[in-house]
Structure formats: structure tokens, C-alpha cells
Design a protein around this ligand. Structure first.
Ligand code: FUC
Length: 944
């Protein structure tokens, strides 16, 4: 190396390391009180195990997950015979008969639900059995031992401490009939009930409705009532999902009675505390299109003698991936540390006290899964074994304890420790999942092996190895956006203040937190990519199954990885795409009778690819093609030809093969279009949504480029080239908007959260300022109509779009919305962040965290147009800053500094060699690069 360039590199390294240490000090989430809610708790993870730390004083609660614990099992997801209906559905759509097309597709084209064939008979038999027993409706039955439930339960009885409860339940309450009402017919209003009620008055059946929407308003005949006490008994049948008395959504007045002739004004309340009894919580497994990601268990640590604690503090240091809790009791300082180690495959919890002999507790493992057992393995190990209810997977978790001094006792109930100086707990978990076809794993053996491997190590050794391992990922990138006085405040307070007083240091934290979350939930050895909640989920019935939604969410999760220098974290997605290209081949055949592979709008651990849920949004064909975009982008950033040849291109080519045959000629315009499909979750089943065409064009273009790099498939490239030109183009409509569909039917008052037709602006490159400014203006117009509000991921997408439009300050306004207080959110869908900086859809969805970080990066650097655009959308609110390790397409890594809103210096390291084109403030330069070499330029783009 020449002396001058050596000095430059040396200076660069020095600069970035100094910078790293200065900057990491603020990389903390911290609080002065324990978590009350799950979204206050702090997440840790090693790519497989995830845990949420509550940091309670008397009781530590660690809710944990293992990323492969899901419901369901391997099976065929596509519906045999579906392809026969494809031409009929297409014809109906061409004739403008959307409703008929959706109806037909709903019956014949959607995928198959689990056990849908056997379910009706199983359910009928179960229902017959539970409804035959009416003893609980009898007046003479003694319900004094039954617990009570407070009504209504708008979020289901699950939310009242009965997680995952489905089946048959009884409710009873007595009420006084006023003397004046004797002899009158009485109306009883029970609001809405999930799903079926069978209502009895004084032991006699009064009414029954099977519907989640119908209002239960029954007339009780005067003859069935008596003066004084009367008994109301209701059997509720809830085969699946939320259960119970949902209550009033509007102005209904449920749980009241009134005389039919007097009307609701004279209503008398029945009371809200009702007795209940779980008659049968084992209904047959409810048919599901896809499986759900499930929580694993909870570790509870009950500490002794800690009533009056002071100096409470808890934090998560994201620069080291270590969480702590500390407090003082009677002059003794207690400290807990928590980490999720990938080298050791355990969650480690270290308990220390400032004086010897002060650590005493009981540790328990609890789970919401119905089938479980807890057992003692040996003198320091407790085990939890479970099996999921609606599915095939089994799981095991071991908790082992190592105490310095003191006494340890392990029974089949839990672990107790008394008067120890210091204690380390190791928690492991595993399931029987090996891959989407193989569930023969031995979770017990895995936990045993993991526990043995860690047993000889000190906590310090485990911690040192963990931190070093984590740094391999985390330390590739630093960012400092200035500001920072608020860093001295607790994080929940900072979030609250941010709305009123802008603090760029919170953006620094937010960006790095996204990287922390990515490293914690998606590592090269993870078996699955980050799902809707990464790997953190405490709900047995999570929103949207906490799975992989592919009409935006899964792809968005991976938007920041390459740019923010976390390329290895993409590996689980790469593996998933490989699997999907196999399972999706079956769906391409069964649903379309075509070659190649397809993925619709969702997938799960079993790699389902068939359309699901409903025909108005489930039949969306571009999930696989969008994932191929992520694959190609990875190549552009890394220039890893081996990856392109062996992993990306085979999947991209097979996906293009599908679309090459799938596109058909639109009889009206003559263009090739995608049909049947959908503009995600908007406008129903249609022929030719704009987004599909943008994605398919992108796929064809990238396949052609990849084939060129790999010197292969010339003939196929030619075919794609010819087709590319015939695909329906982007169109500008009557309001100057980019049309979402083939027809000019956009509604300018529609604020739907999906902005699908803007895909071509971001993440795609179908529409750019350089190549298609008129379309860019039309896209801006469409954005304007959709408006600035949105759910978490919707806001994150809009930040990226605004950055590509180059409206820097507007992009920043959207970032602010993304960081608003989620707890303020009204019932209307609106994003924000919870106290732990988790993104709120609401509820928690991690895509907003990842998409948001990508958006901040997009404001600082863009490279999608063949050159590196420095500070392309720098908002006035971020005049000073420094970013080291940000990546650009072409295989470049940049260190960049700006002040007073102007670029000061940039150092570019080339990984792959080749031409580097740079653009800043109207200037453009170009130079050749050598792999491994760094080139430093000043703010005027002069090579130094
Ligand atoms: C898509 C979105 C929803 C949500 C869900 C997980 O269906 O439209 O808003 O993010 O995925």
C-alpha cells in the first residue's frame, strides 16, 4: 500500500473508532421504574431465542420465545383443482363482474385450511356433546364455587387472564324482577357475543344466536319470570379466536332488562360481575389457512425481602446487547444483568448484590400452552416440556442455576436459592422443528447439550464472548445526528418530549435500535427470518398470526440490512426464499397450472404459498417477485457473485418463469397484465393492478441484468426483454395522480394505509427523477391524496418515499409521526412507538422499526440510480452529523461527515472495485476503484 493511502486508511479507522466510542455512550434505553406492560419491557435475542425483560423488583418476569414454536404442521396448502377456475375468474373480471369473480374465487381458488374436511363433523359432534349438558342452567344448581368475570370483555375473555381460551363456557347471574314488572314481557339485552349463546331464564331456553355480529336482544315471556329473584344462565360456544361478551361498540346498553312496553329508558342493570365456569376448553382444532407464531413460556423469579427498594434503574445497552436492572434495599445494591448469547445459545441472567449472602429467590417456569409439564432434571436444572395445542410441534426449555455460596434446591416445582453471594441462571429452549418438512427434532436433547456446554463457564466468560460476537455485527456502523441533551432522560420521557422538542439524538438511538433488533432476531444461524414481531410475541392468538405478511411487511423488515451494514442478517430470508421457491412451485402448478413458483400475500413456518383469508385481498400474486427484489438488492450492495449464482438467480429465474407465462393480454388495451390480483388490501380482486406490473418489470429487468453478470440464459433474457416492453405501463390519471389500477378510478379522498402503486418509487426503481420525472410528479400527487397519516409500517414506507421524492423536511415530519407516543393513538389506525421504542401498527409490529431506520438512511444516502447520491434529502433539522459504515449499491462502504447542512468529507471504501460515481449538490464525479481501497473526498467532491 502506498504511504499516503495507508495514512488515509489509518486516519479513517482512527476516526471511526474514536467516533464509535464517543457515540456508543448514548446507545441505551433506560427507565426509572419497572415495566408495567409488555411494550414497556426490554427485548433481548440471539436470533433464535427472544426474551422480554420486565425488571420487576419483587418479581422478575422474563417472557420468552423460541422462533420455531408455531402452530400447525407440514401439509399441502393449495386447493386441488383451483387452476380450472382461473380462466373463469379472469373472464368475469374482464367483464367487470368483480363480485362474481370474488365469490367463485373464494370457494375454489383460495388455499385449503388445516383439517377443513374433517372439521364440520368433528365440530357437530363436539357441539352436540357440550350442549346436551344443561345442568348448569338449572335454578337449583349451586354456582357458589365459580369465579366471576367482569363484563364486558371487548378484547375477548382471553384478555382477562384466560389466554387462548376457546370452547364452551357457562355464565350465571341472578336478578330481581321489580314488582311492577310482574306479568309483563321483558326485554333482555346482552350486546354482542362471540360466537354463539344459548340463553336460559329460570332453566328454560329463551333464545340462541350463532353470530359474532348480531345483537342479543331477547323477549322473555311474562310467564317465564317470577317476582323477586330470577336466574339468567348462558352457555357460550366459542370455537376459536376471541371469546365472550364483547359488549357495546356503539350506544347499545347491554346487560340490562326492561319491560317491552316501556322501552330501554326504564332499563335496570343486571350487574357486571357474572359467575362463570369453563365446561370444555378442548373444541376440535379450528381450521386455519396458515399457522401462528406462539409464545414459549415465562420465567418468574420471586425475590425475598425486597419490600422497600430505592434507586431503581433498568436499561438496555444496545451497543453491547446487555440489559440491567438495579435497586437498593437496606443499603444493599442489587444488580441483574441479562443477555441472549448466540455462541452459547442461552439467555443468561446474572444476579449480584453489593454484600455477600443476600440473594434469595424462587424461580418458576410457566406457560400458557395447555399441554406441558415441569420436571427436575438434576441438582441445578429444571425443565419445561410442552406441546402446542393446534399443531405438531413440541418444545423444551431448561433453566439451570449456578450459585456462589448459599443454598440451591431444585424440585419439580421450581428452583429456590437462599443466601447466595451471586447467581447465574441459564435459560435454553428448543423445538422439534427442523425444517418445513421435518419435525423430528429432539428439543430435550438440544437443551441438555446446550446446558452442559455452558455449565463449565463463568458468567464473565459467557458475557465477554457474547459481547464480542455481537460487536462483529453491531460495530460495522455508527451514526451521530447531533443533539443529545435529552439522552440524560429516561427513554419513555424522551419519547414524550420528542413530540414537542425535536431531539436528533433520539433518531440516532432509533436507527441503531433497529440494527440491534435485527441482530437480535435474524442472524445467519436463525432458522426463520424476522416475523411481524421479530421473534418477540407474548400472545397465544397474536395479531395476524405474528407470521410473515408478504404484501409489504416481511420485505420491509429487510430494507435496512444491506444499507446499514448488516448483510449477514439477511441470511434467514435468503434461506426462506429458497424454501418458498420449492413450495411455491406446487402452488404455481395447482392454482395456475404454470411453471416456476409463486407466493401470495402471506407465508408461515411451513412455507405456505397459496392464497389465503379472502379472495378480495388474498389473491395477490407478487409476494415471491417482491422477495426476489430483496435478493437482487443484496447482490447490488455486496456484489457477491457466488450468492447471485447459487442463491438469488435460481429463485429469480424460476419466479420470472412463472410471470412469463402468467401475464396475459388485456383485451381492452392490448398490454400484458397480471390477473387476477389485487392492489394490496385495496379495491378487491382486479385485473392489472399497477403495483404488480412495477414488481414484475423489476423482476424481469433484474433477471436480465443477473443473467448478464453470470453469462447465462441469453435466450430467456431475450424473451423477458420482449415481454418487459409489453407490460402495462404506469399511467397518469385525471387528477394528475399515478393510477393505482388500469382504470382511472382513484379516489382522491381515500387515505388507505397501503401506497402500493408507489412501489415503483420505493423500494423499486420503476419511477425515478432521472428517467421518468412526469411519473414521479404523479406519484407525489398520489401520495398527497393518501395523506401523511398511517399505521407504523405505512409511515415508515412514506418516509422512504419522501426521501426518494427528495422532500427532506417533509420526510422528517413523517419520521416525527413514526416516533410519536403510541399510547396516545386513538382507535383510528395510527402508528407511533411504545415505551420500549417498539413500533406500533398498532399493535406492536416490527416492520415500522426496520422501515423507519431504512427511511432515515434513505435521507442520508441513495444509490438506486447508478450513482451514489450523498445527503440527497438532508432535512434542515439535521444540520450536523456523521455516519460511518453506511453501504451503497456497487459494493461501497462510506464514512461521511456533514456540518451546517453541507457535506464536509466522505471516505469511500470499495469492496468490489469498478467505477464509482458520486453526486452531491449538483456536482458529479466518477473514478475507478480498486477492491479494498479507500478514497477520501472533501465537501466539493475533490479527491484528497
Ligand atoms: C397487512 C397490512 C396490515 C397489517 C398486516 C400484518 O395485511 O395491511 O395493516 O400490517 O399486514
Amino acid at each position: 500500500m502506498k504511504r499516503t493511502s495507508f495514512l488515509i486508511v489509518f486516519a479513517w479507522v482512527l476516526l471511526s473508532t474514536q467516533h464509535a466510542s464517543a457515540q456508543t455512550t448514548g446507545l441505551k434505553l433506560w427507565y426509572d421504574h419497572p415495566a408495567e406492560k409488555w411494550t414497556d419491557a426490554l427485548p433481548i435475542g440471539n436470533g433464535t431465542l427472544g426474551a422480554m425483560i420486565f425488571g420487576g423488583i419483587q418479581q422478575e418476569h422474563i417472557q420468552f420465545n423460541e422462533q420455531t414454536l408455531w402452530s400447525g404442521g407440514p401439509r399441502q396448502y393449495a386447493r386441488d383443482g383451483a387452476a380450472a377456475y382461473l380462466p373463469v375468474i379472469r373472464k368475469l373480471l374482464f367483464e367487470g363482474k368483480q363480485a362474481e369473480a370474488e365469490k367463485l374465487a373464494g370457494i375454489h381458488f383460495l388455499g385449503k385450511k388445516s383439517n377443513e374436511d374433517s372439521y364440520p363433523a368433528q365440530y357437530a359432534a363436539w357441539l352436540k356433546k357440550v350442549t346436551a349438558n344443561t345442568a348448569y342452567a338449572a335454578v337449583g344448581f349451586n354456582d357458589s364455587a365459580w369465579p366471576t368475570m367482569k363484563l364486558p370483555t371487548p378484547n375477548g375473555w382471553e384478555a382477562t387472564g384466560l389466554p387462548g381460551l376457546d370452547g364452551a363456557l357457562w355464565f350465571r347471574i341472578t336478578f330481581e324482577l321489580p314488582k311492577a314488572w310482574v306479568g309483563k314481557d321483558i326485554i333482555i339485552n346482552l350486546g354482542k357475543v362471540r360466537d354463539m349463546d344459548i340463553t336460559y331464564i329460570n332453566g328454560k331456553k329463551t333464545g340462541s344466536i350463532d353470530s359474532t355480529n348480531a345483537l342479543r336482544k331477547y323477549t322473555i315471556k311474562a310467564a317465564d319470570l317470577k317476582e323477586g329473584k330470577n336466574l339468567l344462565a348462558i352457555q357460550i360456544i366459542n370455537p376459536n379466536d376471541k371469546g365472550g361478551f364483547v359488549g357495546p361498540k356503539s350506544d347499545q346498553q347491554p346487560y340490562v332488562i326492561y319491560p317491552a312496553d316501556a322501552g330501554p329508558k326504564s332499563a335496570v342493570s343486571l350487574g357486571l360481575n357474572w359467575k362463570y365456569f369453563i365446561q370444555d376448553n378442548n373444541p376440535p382444532a379450528f381450521p386455519a389457512y396458515e399457522a401462528s407464531y406462539l409464545p414459549f413460556a415465562d420465567l418468574l423469579i420471586n425475590f425475598k425481602n425486597v419490600e422497600k427498594a430505592g434507586n431503581y434503574y433498568r436499561d438496555l445497552t444496545i451497543s453491547d446487547a446487555v440489559a440491567t436492572t438495579s435497586y437498593t434495599v437496606n443499603g444493599v445494591k442489587y444488580t441483574r444483568e441479562y443477555l441472549a448469547s448466540d455462541p452459547q445459545k442461552v439467555i443468561a441472567i446474572h444476579l449480584a448484590a453489593s454484600q455477600p449472602g443476600h440473594i434469595s429467590f424462587e424461580a418458576l417456569l410457566q406457560t400458557e400452552h395447555k399441554q406441558f409439564s415441569v420436571s427436575r432434571i438434576d441438582d441445578h436444572t429444571l425443565a419445561l416440556n410442552l406441546k402446542v395445542n393446534d399443531g405438531v410441534l413440541k418444545g423444551s426449555s431448561y433453566l439451570s442455576v449456578y450459585a456462589t455460596k448459599g443454598k440451591v434446591n431444585v424440585t419439580s416445582k421450581g428452583i429456590s436459592v437462599s443466601n447466595a453471594d451471586e447467581v447465574t441462571l441459564y435459560l435454553s429452549a428448543a423445538t422439534s422443528f427442523i425444517n418445513y418438512k421435518n419435525v423430528s427434532g429432539q428439543p430435550n436433547a438440544i437443551c441438555k447439550q446446550v446446558t452442559q456446554a455452558v455449565s463449565g463457564k463463568t458468567y464473565q466468560t459467557v458475557k465477554t464472548a457474547h459481547v464480542a460476537d455481537y460487536h462483529r455485527y453491531f460495530n460495522t456502523f455508527t451514526i451521530n445526528l447531533g443533539g443529545g441533551t435529552d439522552a440524560a432522560l429516561p427513554t419513555d420521557e424522551r419519547i414524550r418530549r420528542f413530540e414537542k422538542a425535536f431531539d436528533p439524538s433520539l433518531l440516532t438511538l432509533y436507527t441503531q435500535y433497529a440494527r440491534y433488533l435485527m441482530i437480535s432476531c435474524s442472524r445467519p444461524d436463525s432458522k426463520l427470518p424476522a416475523n411481524l414481531q421479530g421473534i418477540w410475541n407474548d400472545q397465544i392468538v397474536p395479531s395476524w398470526g405474528s407470521k410473515f405478511t408478504t404484501n409489504i411487511n416481511l420485505e420491509m423488515n429487510y430494507w435496512p440490512v444491506d444499507e446499514l451494514n448488516l448483510s449477514p442478517c439477511l441470511q434467514p430470508l435468503i434461506s426462506m426464499v429458497k424454501g418458498l421457491s420449492i413450495t411455491g412451485r406446487q402452488t404455481a402448478k395447482i392454482n395456475y397450472n404454470l411453471p416456476g413458483w409463486i407466493l401470495h400475500h402471506n407465508t408461515d413456518i411451513w412455507l405456505g404459498t397459496a392464497p389465503i383469508n379472502a379472495s378480495n385481498h388474498g389473491i395477490w400474486v407478487s409476494g415471491g417477485a417482491w422477495l426476489c427484489h430483496n435478493m437482487w438488492e443484496h447482490y447490488l450492495f455486496t456484489r457477491d457473485e457466488k450468492f447471485l449464482r447459487e442463491q438469488a438467480y435460481p429463485a429469480m429465474r424460476a419466479c420470472a418463469e412463472f410471470f412469463n407465462s402468467f401475464l396475459i393480454k388485456d383485451p381492452k388495451t392490448g398490454y400484458l397484465i397480471s390477473t387476477p390480483s389485487n392492489s394490496p388490501e385495496h379495491g378487491g380482486l382486479v385485473a392489472g393492478p399497477t403495483m404488480d406490473h412495477q414488481i414484475i418489470r423489476d423482476l424481469f429487468k433484474n433477471c436480465i441484468a443477473a443473467a448478464k453478470v453470470l453469462h447465462t440464459d441469453a435466450a430467456f433474457s431475450k424473451t423477458l426483454q420482449a415481454k418487459y416492453k409489453r407490460i402495462a405501463p404506469n399511467q397518469i390519471g385525471k387528477y394528475g395522480q399515478l393510477q393505482e389500477w388500469m382504470q382511472d378510478i382513484d379516489d382522491t379522498t381515500d387515505t388507505h394505509r397501503h401506497v402500493s402503486h408507489l412501489w415503483g418509487v420505493y423500494p423499486g426503481t420503476d419511477i425515478t427523477w432521472d428517467n421518468s420525472p412526469a411519473l414521479m410528479h404523479a406519484a407525489e400527487q398520489s401520495f398527497k391524496y393518501r395523506g401523511d397519516d398511517g399505521t407504523g409500517w405505512s409511515l415508515a414506507w412514506k418516509v422512504n418515499l419522501m426521501a426518494r421524492f427528495k422532500h427532506a423536511d417533509h420526510a422528517m415530519e413523517l419520521v416525527k409521526k413514526l416516533l410519536s407516543v403510541a399510547e396516545n393513538g386513538s382507535a383510528k389506525e395510527r402508528g407511533g412507538v411504545y415505551h420500549n421504542l417498539f413500533d406500533a401498527h398498532p399493535p406492536f409490529q416490527i416492520d415500522g422499526n426496520f422501515g423507519g431506520a431504512a427511511g432515515i438512511a434513505e435521507m442520508l444516502l441513495q444509490s438506486q440510480q447508478g450513482y451514489i447520491d450523498l445527503l440527497p434529502a438532508l432535512p434542515a433539522a439535521l444540520p450536523e452529523g456523521e455516519i460511518n459504515g453506511i453501504c451503497a449499491r456497487g459494493g461501497f462502504v462510506l464514512n461521511m461527515k456533514w456540518a451546517t447542512g453541507r457535506l464536509q468529507q466522505v471516505a469511500i471504501t470499495s469492496k468490489a472495485g469498478g467505477k464509482c460515481q458520486l453526486k452531491y449538490a449538483g456536482k458529479q464525479i466518477e473514478f475507478n476503484t480498486v477492491p479494498g481501497k479507500t478514497y477520501t473526498l472533501n465537501g466539493g467532491l475533490k479527491l484528497l
